[in-house]
Design a protein around this ligand. Structure first.
Ligand code: LLP
Length: 490
């Protein structure tokens, strides 16, 4: 095969290598059960992408149910095992914001996980799926009274309170109902993790959480976090379960989690002593990274769990406190890699691009970049536009012997920034009608999807034991016009 590294384009980012074999599914981007069949087609549990396209059309989110379940179980088992001697195990709350529908909510419950929600809408999905309120948490920096009431209606296991204001509102609402709200306090420990490193600062300049900085309130010496603890213990309508933090997303190294755990445990111990209370729970949030491209190196859940457990164990011993029950909230690391998006290729064009700056002696040289347009785009995956996120792609409907060509997979929206995969080597003979698969689209893609340009949002299909079923149907043109009140109303 003609796929030597001399096909490398100077336009490609440094991290992007020319794959040894363009037809090969690169680890660890794909769900277990995704393979290539004898005719070179991508299959999920034996179902080929052409069969899926035939039955459901494109674009389409294709999720492996068994992979979802096994990733959910892997987190639960790994953290339970690592923390068994510390606090008898860990409560794993799947972060529904990453991707949620009733089927997924029910898998989560069946696998022994709980569910983290962050809006009344997500609570509605949980209710529709029949999830018991005691297994639900509610987040949000601006919960409405209606959402707080709904949480109380459903007897939620925990409301994660984000501010002093909200604490007062939750206490008032619960009191007016003659109930006691179960509350965690979300703190901002000043630890920010960015994939391969973390930074620790004293102050938090962001909308979420209660600051732990001592000058964060007008009352000198008392942090907003401490004020909240003091207030929470004074309200008869509030049961203070404990503390919570979430330090970021797409994090690979466990160090940031460890520093945050240390900081929160120190605070928890100090508050327990000062206010003569016991806070039995500590939630260390989500944020575990996944592979979007071959250079991403996620850690197995067991490795993260053990690193975190070691810190919790030693810190609690140093502080001489009974370890609180630990919980975590992974979203992306459970659902992200379970899913790929299937697109059909349409228009192709190649442009010549100037040599990158600094390419000495090549000032007058240009290089080809091929634009491969697909039938979706930023409406089904906003992450490249929003976060400069990188993805990968493979020709999914056939094998090819053609040479690798640096390509940019773009959508069909009226925006030049409508990029699905910024840089990827695809076979030079990719043509209209071919199918492309983009892996790693399970988290924050469907969840962030829009109807920009009146595109219908794609459906989500779950494959299990060789059978596919729609878990969310794709929108129709009728759906698109459903809320349009019509000319007569103007
Ligand atoms: N817990 C809390 C309080 C959170 O805010 C989040 C994510 C999670 C858990 C789950 O984090 P995960 O394990 O999925 O990283 N749209 C962005 C990510 C936003 C994350 C928001 N919070 C993205 O697509 O990268």
């Amino acid at each position: 095969m003609n796929q030597a590294a001399d096909h490398a384009s100077p336009l490609a980012p440094e991290w992007l290598a020319v794959p040894g074999d363009l037809n090969e599914l690169q680890e660890p981007l794909w769900a277990a059960g995704v393979e290539k069949n004898a005719s070179g087609e991508v299959t999920v549990d034996g179902l080929s992408v052409s069969e899926l396209k035939e039955q459901f059309g494109t674009p389409l989110f294709v999720m492996s149910e068994s992979d979802f379940r096994s990733r959910a179980r892997a987190f639960k088992h790994a953290f339970d095992a690592a923390f068994a001697d510390i606090c008898g195990g860990v409560d794993v709350y799947y972060a529904g914001k990453s991707f949620l529908c009733t089927a997924v909510a029910s898998w989560v419950a069946e696998e022994g996980l709980r569910l983290d929600t962050c809006s009344g809408g997500e609570l509605a999905v949980a209710a529709r799926a029949g999830i018991d309120g005691s297994n639900l948490g509610l987040h949000g920096n601006n919960k409405s009274d209606a959402e707080i009431n709904r949480a109380l209606d459903m007897s939620l296991g925990r409301i994660v309170v984000d501010s002093l204001d909200e604490l007062e509102r939750v206490a008032k609402i619960a009191s007016s109902r003659g109930e006691v709200a179960k509350v965690m306090l979300r703190l901002t420990p000043g630890v920010h993790a960015h994939t391969h490193e973390f930074i620790a600062t004293a102050h938090e300049d962001q909308k979420f959480g209660l600051s732990m900085a001592e000058d964060s309130t007008e009352e000198a010496g008392l942090s907003a976090a401490e004020e909240a603890v003091a207030a929470a213990t004074s309200y008869a309508s509030v049961e203070l379960l404990g503390l919570h933090c979430h330090i970021g997303s797409q994090i690979f190294e466990p160090d940031g989690f460890a520093v945050a755990a240390e900081k929160l445990l120190g605070f928890l111990a100090a508050m327990q002593a000062k206010y003569s209370i016991v806070m039995p729970e500590l939630d260390l949030g989500g944020g575990y990274g996944i592979a979007y491209t071959p250079v991403d190196t996620p850690r197995p859940p067991a490795e993260i769990a053990e690193a975190m457990a070691a810190v919790v164990r030693s810190t609690c011993a140093e502080l001489n406190i009974t370890p609180p029950r630990i919980s975590i909230e992974p979203g992306r690391a459970i659902v992200g890699s379970t899913t790929f998006t299937l697109y059909e290729v349409g228009t192709l064009k190649t442009v010549r691009v100037d040599a990158p700056a600094g390419d000495e002696g090549q000032e007058n040289v240009t290089y080809p970049r091929r634009y491969v347009s697909v039938d979706g785009g930023m409406s089904d995956n906003a992450r490249p536009v929003l976060y400069d996120a990188d993805y990968s792609a493979i020709l999914a409907s056939r094998d090819s012997d053609a040479a690798p060509q640096l390509s940019r997979v773009v959508g069909k929206h009226c925006e030049s920034g409508d990029i699905v995969v910024r840089d990827v080597y695809l076979p030079a003979d990719v043509a209209a009608g071919d199918l492309l698969a983009v892996p790693g689209t399970g988290a924050y893609c469907w969840a962030l999807s829009s109807n920009y340009n009146y595109l219908a949002r794609p459906g989500v299909v779950a494959v299990r034991d060789g059978a596919a079923r729609l878990i969310v149907r794709g929108e129709t043109e009728e759906d698109l016009l459903n809320r349009d009140m019509g000319v007569a109303n103007v």
